[in-house]
Design a protein around this ligand. Sequence first.
Ligand code: NAD
Length: 308
Amino acid sequence: MSDKLSFKGRVVVITGAGGGLGRVYALEFAKRGASVVVNDLGGSLGGEGNNMRAADVVVSEIQEKFKAKAVANHDSVTDNAEGIVQTALDSFGRLDVIVNNAGILRDSSFLKMQDPAFGAVIDVHLTGAFKLTKAAWPHFRRQNFGRIINTCSPAGLYGNFGQANYSAAKLGLVGFSESIAKEGYKNNINVNCIVPLARSRMTEKVIPPHILKNLAPEKIAPMVIYLSHESTKVTNSIFELAAGFYSQVRWERSSGQIFNPDPKSFTAEAIFDQWSSIVDYKDKTFNKVTHPTQLSDYNALITKARQL
Ligand code: NAD
């Protein structure tokens, strides 16, 4: 592809775009001709306080660098997601892309994690993404076009010590995305998850400097741009992005073991005996390793088991 992926005439909302990854996305979309709503309430890493400057500075940067259209919105994604969408409509008359990027951290070991730390993180990442998507959805349906990028995390896919709240929110976003990707398909609404690793205030204290230096947030933006473009048909997918390494992550089901349902033989002891077959990831004569993407991918298994 030699032509530039242009966003001329497109309107993009990026939450949490007053710094870190969101700021880089906002600049890149603007450079490519999009009108951008830079949302950020300007809070601390833990989500306390607010400061209008965060979003305002990025809007000024966009206007100075690219003479592009950009407007700030200072609402919290948890309190007024409708207001964020309304800012796009009032300022630019439409909405085409949302990047659910706003995030906070309240890390602590599970032993010490209290309700407020769990709730606040779920609220911003998962409920905030739900609310913004919900507000954008009718517009996307009406115009038969929409692109949604949800920001997940390695901690969500694999778990991480001290981040039970964050992991739950981030993997929750995967399930959320996989469902609405199916609902949006017929209206050309694509929904994808990105799993970035980048230098920002979220990572600067936990990743050693020699690794951080390779993790420029600018190395994440190209995939966000690609997935958001009208020419991109990719949906219902998860992409890991770090330091210029891009890959797709998918579910894998082992070739497994079908048990004869006779209660005399279908026992916990049978599972004990066949454990290595249940967790076997090699193709077998009758059962293959599969990569399910929808609920109905279960049907073949159920049919097979019933034949016994
Ligand atoms: P960041 O702290 O620089 O950016 C997050 C932004 O979200 C901040 O500017 C913050 O003010 C804003 N924000 C927080 N709560 C908000 C709310 N309620 N409403 C609106 N804005 C709000 O961190 P970042 O690294 O740029 O993170 C961006 C996203 O990427 C987050 O969702 C984060 O969980 C995710 N992520 C980052 C990494 C990484 O390596 N940096 C890894 C995995 C996932």
